[in-house]
Design a protein around this ligand. Structure first.
Ligand SMILES: Cc1ncc(COP(=O)(O)O)c(C=O)c1O
Length: 387
């Protein structure tokens, strides 16, 4: 072993001893409820493909057709020579869909989040107010900024109000997931917006898990809560979950988006996503807008799961989204439950600290409009048999 590797080995051993080593499962099938995983046929409740679009033939066809017309890669960043017609078309469709003036697209949601917070709150005397359960990419974004990072307890509007009232920062940024990725609950968006108005703060909303699923035509969590596309709001949405492809967008006012285009390092210093991805997303957006049947089916699966889990010794968190967490508590018990389901051909991920708070290890049941009612019945009866 090279001397440089010694501390790495020690850390890997520490993770292994703590039972925190992570493993990738290898799939030999496209994303969907029926997955071939390491030679086994599994019924999967583990993806973020909430509308069942990841393997939709129309989207795959749009991607393939566009690759034949536009080539495989964009060849440069958007500001150099990588901004192609499909990118521009996707931007304007996303802006129209979300109701904002304008939007920018990114290769991943992680990069989109890194673009917003450090760019808007760039100075030491700026202040960021963030929900404690925000996604890791929002936390990293805050750490990239020089601003002061204040984290308020999950959903605690009284504490947020107190922090905002005490702040003397010229630029204040309230940052929150719209739908929390490990709990499935919705942030109090109307209250966040009211506080942003009262204390003249930006409101940055990460709608990774609401876009496509919530709101009329799947326009997302803001539309679901009846909030306006106001100039103080920046909306980030990911395109690799309900949209079924990959990438992300940030939507906002004309000026805020122009500012990000000029200043956001994770927009400027990275190659634009392949144009075929943008073309696939244009088709996906059409399917999302016309996807009321998919969303209604998803909601009926959610109700079925909630009814089927009502008498279990583990508590399903209240969530109206596709993310349905079953709280087990103990790390080992959550892992054992996930393993027992696996042995019955059911794939549900166990989520443990540090991803979730200590003592709240859980199964993260992820539903998709591609599931059938008999799939959910198979899961609930397996859970009943293990209770
Ligand atoms: C809330 C939230 N924000 C951002 C991201 C990052 O998006 P992406 O996977 O497109 O990088 C994720 C998940 O991946 C997420 O759950």
């Amino acid at each position: 072993m090279h001397a440089l590797e010694r501390p790495l080995t020690a850390e890997l051993e520490r993770l292994a001893t703590a039972g925190l080593t992570r493993h990738r499962r290898l799939l030999a099938s496209p994303c969907g409820p029926r997955a071939v995983v390491e030679g086994q046929e599994m019924l999967a409740f583990a993806s973020n493909d909430y509308l069942g679009l990841a393997a939709h033939p129309d989207i795959a066809r749009a991607l393939a057709d566009a690759a034949l017309v536009w080539g495989a890669g964009s060849g440069a960043s958007h500001l150099v020579s990588g901004h192609l017609c499909p990118h521009a078309e996707l931007e304007s469709r996303l802006a129209a869909f979300t109701g904002f003036d304008r939007c920018l697209t990114f290769s991943t949601g992680y990069l989109a989040n890194l673009a917003v917070t450090p760019t808007l709150a760039a100075r030491r005397d700026d202040e960021i107010f963030a929900d404690r359960l925000n996604h890791a990419s929002l936390i990293d974004a805050a750490q990239l900024s020089r601003a002061r990072h204040q984290r308020y307890p999950h959903g605690d509007m009284a504490t947020l109000e107190r922090l905002l009232a005490a702040s003397v920062a010229r630029t204040k940024l309230i940052v929150s997931d719209a739908v929390f990725s490990m709990d499935g609950d919705l942030a109090p968006l109307a209250k966040l917006f009211a506080l942003a108005e009262r204390f003249d703060a930006w409101l940055v909303i990460d709608d990774a898990h609401g876009f496509g699923v919530l709101g009329p035509q799947g326009r997302g969590s803001l539309a679901h809560c009846g909030l306006p596309a106001h100039p103080r709001v920046l909306l980030m949405g990911t395109l690799g979950k309900a949209a079924g492809v990959g990438g992300a967008f940030v939507a906002g006012s004309e000026l805020a988006i122009e500012y990000l285009l000029q200043k956001a390092r994770s927009y400027i210093f990275t190659t634009a996503q392949p144009p075929s991805i943008a073309a696939a997303l244009i088709r996906s957006l059409e399917l999302i807008a016309a996807g009321d049947d998919r969303r209604a089916h998803l909601q009926s699966l959610i109700r079925q799961l909630q009814a089927g889990c009502a008498n279990l010794p583990w508590r399903l968190l209240p969530s109206q989204t596709a993310i349905q967490p079953l709280i087990v508590g103990d790390n080992e018990k959550a892992l054992a439950l996930s393993r027992s389901l696996w042995e019955q051909g059911l794939w549900v991920a166990a989520i443990r600290p540090p991803t979730v708070p200590a003592g709240t290890a859980r199964l993260r049941i992820s539903l998709s409009a591609a599931h059938r009612h008999e799939d959910v019945a198979a899961l609930t009866s397996a859970l009943q048999s293990l209770a």
